[in-house]
Each structure stands twice: as C-alpha cells, then as structure tokens.
Design a protein around this ligand. Sequence first.
Ligand code: HEM
Length: 473
Amino acid sequence: IAQRINVDKNAPPEVPYWIPYLGSAIAFSVNPIGFYEDNRKKYGDVFTYTMVGRKFTVCLGIEGNNFVFNAKLVDVSAEESYTPLTTPVFGKGVVYDCPNHMLMEQKKFVKWGMSNDAFRAYVSEIEEETRSYFQRWDNKVGGKGDLFTAMGELIINTASRTLMGPEIRGLMDESVAQLYHDLDDGFQPINMFFEWLPLPSYFRRDTAHRKMRDIFMKVIEERRANNITDKTDMLQSLMNQTYKDGTPFSDVDACHLMIALLMAGQHTSSTTATWALLFLAQEPQLVKDMLAEQKDVLGSADASLTFDALKNMTLLDNVIRETLRLRPPIIMILRKVLRPLNYTGTDYVIPKGHYLAASPIATQVDEKYYKDAYKFDPRRWESIVEEDSGETVDFGFGKIAGGGARNPNLPFGAGRHRCIGESFAYVQLKTLISTFLRMYELELTEKGMPGSDFTKMFVQPELPVEINYKPRK
Ligand code: HEM
C-alpha cells in the first residue's frame, strides 16, 4: 500500500515487491527476460521496478526501443547511468566521462581506424592467430575442448594483434592478459550499485588500469621517438586526432579510449562466438552448407580467407545475425532521466531520477516479428528485408539510417550511442568461425546446450562450456 500511495498518478505502473530496497533484484537477475515477459503481460510495454534502491522504467517493443534510443540529450543521460562502472576501468576524459559531443567525435576517430583497408589486413592475421591458438588442442584424435576459454583468449589475442597493435599483442601472453582479467573483475554489475565499497577487486582494477595505460603510453612514446607512422592499427589512428574546436585528443585520452575499445569488444564478441559454435554443434547439415559456401566463394576448400570473400559469405553472416538475435550479449541499455518525461502516446510521466531501460531482446524473440522466434534458423534472414526508411540522421560520427531504432533486431543498439564496433566484430567473428569450422567437426557434450548466466555485465553461457571436437581430415 505504501508503495502505491507514494506513486504519482501519472507514473507508469509499478511492479510490487516485498523486500524493501532490494525490490525485484533477485527475480530480475535470475531471469531478466522472463521477468520482463511476465510483467509485460500484467502492465503493458512500460512499467517500473525497483532494484537496490533505484527505480528502473523499462520501455518494451519497437516503440519502447525507439523512445529510449532516440531520447533527447536534455531528457536523458547515458553518462549518469554508466560512469560509476566505466570511468574507473576506461579512465577519465573518454566515452561517458566527457560531454556527449566529445564522445561523438571520439566515435569518428575510431571509425577512421576501422576502414575496409584496415580490415583487409586483419583477416589473414585473425586466421593465423586462430590456427596457431588451436595447436594446443589435440589435432590427431580430438577430444573435449573448453570452448568458452578458447573464444575468450582468441578474441583478446586477435583484437590486440589487429586493433591494439603488434607491440601489445607481443605482451598478451604475459602481463596484459592478467591486467585484462583484473580490469574485467572491476567491470561487473555490482559496481553500478556499490561503487563506494572498498572491495579488493576495486584496488586490483585501479592498479590494472594504471599499468594498462602505461603500457599503451610506452608504445605511443616509442612510435613517436622512432618516427613510426606506417602502422594501420587503431592506436596509430588515435595518436593524431584533434577535436573540431582545436582541442587536442591527448595521448592519455588515446590510451583510455584503447582500454574502452578492448573492454567493449571482448565479452560481446567472445560470447557471440561461443554461442554461434554451440548452435552449429547441433546443425551438421548447416555446417556442411557453410563449408560449401566457403569453397564456392573462395574457389577451393583450403584457400586463405580474405575480407572480400567473407563479405560474400551470406550464410555465415546469417549465422552470426541469428546468434545475436537469440543471444544478444547486452540485454539492458540504460539512460538516467534528467527531467520528467512523457511516454509518447500515453499519459505516463516517467519521473526524474529513474533509469530508463531498453531491452531489444524483447522484440528479437517476439513471434510478431519472427516465426518460431526461439528457433535457431539462420536461413530466416534470407527472406527478411530489414526496414530502411531511407531517412538518415547524422549524430556526428557518421550517418545512421532512420536513427535506426524501429528495427525489431537491435543487438548493437541504435541512435547516438549505437555500437561503433559492429563491422569489426563481424570481421573478427566471421574469420574465427569459418577457420574453426575448417579445422574441426563439433558436437555438444552430454551436458547439452548450456543455459544463460544473467549475473554478469554481458550475458554469457553458464560455465563450464565444453565441446566435443574432431579434427577434419
Ligand atoms: C556500444 C553491442 C562489439 C565498441 C554498444 C551498444 C551495444 C553494443 C548494444 C549500445 C550501448 C548503449 O546504447 O548504451 C555490441 C555487440 C558486439 C559489440 C553485440 C559484438 C558482437 C563491439 C566492439 C567494439 C565496440 C568489437 C570496439 C572495438 C562499442 C563502444 C560503444 C558500444 C565504444 C559505446 C558507444 C556509445 O555509447 O556511444 N555496443 N558491441 N563494441 N560498443 Fe559495442
């Protein structure tokens, strides 16, 4: 009753809870998708729930996605939602620790480092890294492999070899891998709620941040001292940037942005690679078709992969698209409400101080848009024409079709905060998965398909994730 009395009559409906302060935190963290589905049936597309003393108002469906992703800067703030989590890990002055117009320019700097020419060089490097990584698996008879660990290590090795530069890749097997783990331990949901707690993992995170920045800084200084300008990696492209108003993008900023890219691309891509291979382990005919597609596009079964060939592998593309539809690593996107916000087409006013949440997975598994929505069926994408209104919006870092938010499939988000790494992720995943399929036949173990673990920052399969593999003849 007290909860109801406190509620403004125009506020969206609120999910009741029994434990003060904690609210719905337990139900939500066990199964957020089920929590949203159940409450959507009771309250509609827009409702509020409490977690750890904070109010979250989720906006579901296509209109909900559009409302959150295209909300105005004066109304909502991504920075106020994410900085307790991101600033200690990435460092100051970048991404959410600066005004939004600076982030838009930083995204433009990053785009320059993700050109097709850069990708052309990356494909053979990723293929080589993948082949060399699997030397440690049994390539005579096969066995049971730790798929999740393998994908995690491969994504970090390939991202550091390509985006971060050869110097960082050289350090990967020693110090940097450990620093990455310490940073990662400080990048958990708990940090959003209890950033003031003196947890040992926070001290390790802060030390790791400083050491990581120093490593990038040393590489920059050496490149400058030796007049090295011929590198095509991201670090080189960030070393010489200036904001439109003339403010230089400093070397420290470049180091911090490199750490941000490393963190943003790591679990998102490694969990996607893991899920994709788990789905494929159940689809031997699909794998045969994918190998036939490779042969068809490349002209022979063992020719090296190239960026241009990968672009023509549509079945492979659709496997990744379908994996991201069913298992998007990010299932909740947040903005803090800066002033009372009317939800379009209703009387609801979402109060200042609430966290506005979008959850695009709700439309991604909705029967309204996808027949047999929970079925893994990459071929469904052969007949889906993704809507494009033709209208484009320029957020400062490149034009985006229609603001992009009315598409039911949004694993990379939409609007001004849309992911900057989609094309790199596709290049990395396509190269890695096609190389893996050429090397091994795979099958699920007796444990079957793992469930999802929602307690992490990025949804991942419940560990351990093993796979039965057999080297191809
Ligand atoms: C933002 C998903 C890979 C860099 C985002 C957002 C999503 C997303 C949903 C929007 C967050 C929001 O609106 O609050 C993914 C998925 C990936 C992936 C599913 C892989 C399968 C990458 C990679 C990089 C990257 C490889 C960099 C190399 C970023 C950055 C942002 C972002 C910097 C922040 C943009 C902003 O707030 O304006 N990503 N991402 N991502 N992503 Fe990705």
